[in-house]
Write a protein that binds this ligand. Structure first.
Ligand code: FAD
Length: 462
């Protein structure tokens, strides 16, 4: 509960027009991409770093939870007020402050929508590669807090690879600057890298300096269908062995294809059990050469059909269909547990064969799709969450999945973060000593555990 005096003070800090207590406004910040629901006690929409500093100083003094929120598309419950408290929405900090073409950087506020930044930089011939499938709604602040990946991560890496520096507010209200605006810089500990992916548990990010690159001159999208899942996975290795690093190398299994069949807008062979969506980019000549190599690899491993997207509309339709896969899976069952495990690329075949076995043993559909090019597969355990028996089987399946992925040298989450959904499994991936160090770091930033408590780690009062 937030004391009534503190509520008055919050209204004063942000102004009464940006402070909310009524049910509808609280409900708007109660859920996220997980569809779980936890009601906050109050919501504020601050305008700048200074207001956020005052809000956190107050939360720290009065010891109430403060939860930063971007667009609320997170898939691990990171923005949910699990213990009530104050949601701090970052959506008013939405300015692109500068796109510096001399130094190839952008200075932005955290509430900027990812797609808007991409459009603005591309307008001047530059490129910001990280592209989570949620890019039309997610915020850059949310991307930085989760270290979002995306479809182009195979070639261009993830959000972390583009963040040069940050302005952030500590849970005590102090304002810090980390990193640099320059191409190089090694002074001090790398606090930028620590804050990227910290899921709003260490500081609230209020300013971001991003590295930009030049926009590739050309690109080509291709689609290949395979009669068997194992052949599609084999093709991934075969493409990489040809020394082609595609921009994107996405994989869909049969269940996932069936869910977006109509959205694809192309004819899909009836005996297709797996599909690869591939994009290459770069100079015109290079792209043509790489596309040829991709074609050879696909046909060489037994693709039953291979097409190059003929025009811009077809390309956009294919990628839009890919982005629709996740929500469309609900056609199969009313609920799902969505995991985003990663294995070394060389173990992908083992992972997909294990998933078939897992689905049979627990008698639950488990469609898989995702970023095959970087070994990051979205494993969806479909279930009816009202059915106790199914829930128990699904929970067992999740634990077995994580055990297997860790045995293969992988990780339990490649881009969605730990939040609340994976917090119970952190001790499967990390030793006690590693987790203790993470808890000590959290306490150093947030001595009263007021900033996004209950996420990633269990912090005890001692
Ligand atoms: C359909 C769909 C597709 C998706 N595809 C991808 C994908 O391809 N790749 C991928 O990586 N993710 C994907 N996601 C997950 C999600 O979109 C990303 O995690 C995204 O980065 C979240 O951004 P957001 O603005 O919605 O953040 P929110 O969900 O609002 O918050 C996420 C976390 O960031 C914290 N946070 C937000 N803003 C700040 C800030 N300014 N300072 C400190 N902490 C902050 C919150 O407290 C929370 O812990 C997908 C989600 C959906 C629904």
């Amino acid at each position: 509960m937030i004391p009534s005096g503190a509520l008055k003070e919050l209204s004063r800090i942000v102004g009464p027009d940006h402070f909310f207590l009524n049910y509808e406004d609280l409900l708007a910040c109660a859920s996220d991409g997980t569809k779980m629901k936890f009601m906050p006690d109050a919501v504020v929409y601050p305008a700048d770093t200074e207001e956020i500093s005052q809000i956190l100083a107050l939360a720290n003094m009065e010891k109430f939870p403060a939860i930063p929120r971007g667009a609320g598309t997170g898939m691990s419950g990171g923005a949910l007020p699990v213990n009530g408290g104050l949601v701090i929405s970052m959506t008013r900090l939405d300015r692109i402050l500068s796109i510096d073409q001399d130094n190839l950087i952008a200075r932005v506020e955290p509430g900027v929508i990812t797609a808007r930044l991409q459009e603005e930089v591309e307008r001047v011939g530059l490129f910001y590669p990280p592209d989570p499938a949620s890019f039309e709604t997610s915020t850059i602040g949310g991307n930085v807090a989760e270290c979002a990946g995306g479809l182009r991560a195979v070639k261009y890496g993830v959000t972390r690879d583009y963040v040069l520096g940050l302005t952030a507010v500590l849970p005590t209200g102090e304002i810090i600057n980390t990193g640099v605006e320059t191409a190089k810089g090694v002074a001090g500990y790398d606090l930028t890298r620590l804050l990227v992916g910290s899921e709003g548990t260490l500081a609230i990010i209020t300013g971001i300096i991003l590295r930009l690159i030049t926009k590739p001159a050309a690109k080509k999208s291709m689609v290949a269908f395979f009669p068997e899942l194992s052949l599609a996975v084999q093709t991934v290795s075969s493409i990489i062995k040809q020394k082609v690093v595609p921009t994107t190398l996405e994989f869909l299994d049969r269940l996932s294809i069936d869910c977006v069949r109509e959205e694809m807008g192309i004819e899909i062979p009836v005996d297709a059990n797996a599909m690869l969506l591939i994009e290459v980019d770069g100079d015109e000549v290079l792209v043509d050469g790489d596309a040829e190599k991709v074609k050879d690899a696909c046909l060489g491993t037994g693709a039953i059909r291979f097409d190059v997207a003929s025009d811009k509309e077809e390309v956009e339709q294919l990628w839009a269909a890919r982005r629709e896969v996740s929500p469309s899976l609900l056609k199969l069952r009313p609920g799902k547990i969505n995991e985003d495990v990663v294995v070394p690329r060389s173990r992908l075949a083992d992972l997909v064969s294990f998933l078939g076995d897992l689905s049979m043993r627990h008698d639950l559909p488990i469609p898989a799709f995702g970023h095959a090019g970087d070994g990051n597969i979205h494993v969806n355990i479909m279930l009816d969450k009202e059915n106790r028996d199914e829930v128990e089987r699904a929970e067992l399946a999740v634990r077995e999945l994580f055990e297997r992925v860790l045995e293969m040298g992988g990780t339990i989450t490649g881009e969605h973060g730990v939040g609340i959904t994976k917090a119970p499994y952190m001790d499967m991936e990390f030793t006690r000593a590693t987790l203790d160090l993470m808890c000590r770091l959290k306490r150093a930033f947030d001595p009263n555990n007021i900033l996004n408590p209950g996420k990633i780690l269990t912090i005890t009062d001692d």
